[in-house]
Design a protein around this ligand. Sequence first.
Ligand code: ZN
Length: 137
Amino acid sequence: MARGKKVIQELQTQGYGGANTWGGPQKVKYYAPDGSVRISIPGQLSDRNGIIYDRLILQGYSLSPPETPKPHCAGCGKWHDTKEEVKVCVKKRKVDTAKWDNWAKKHQGKGQDKEIKELKDEVSELKDLMKQLLEKK
Ligand SMILES: [Zn+2]
């Protein structure tokens, strides 16, 4: 995170490069940790101390190409130091997703069973009531 902090400090003292004198939002060239380029309008966030953060830089982008490009991870949408880490992360995601799916299916099933049981109970109560009413006649 030290590098990101440095970039933010540079932003605060120097501003973004190539300030647009024509007005309107100036697009800035960002570099993703994997070295890919993204042209975007800077989105700035400021905390309660008035320190300005750049949205993309907080996400890991920088204003200069990375010295050691990091692989992008399809699992979490971020970047890891090594491809091995990406593999592990993607795998973990799959396992987690499968777990959640299973959990959801189980609970959904249980919920339906419960509803059906409640309905059955209600129906038998109604039947009893009907019987009672008919017997009274
Ligand atoms: Zn990941």
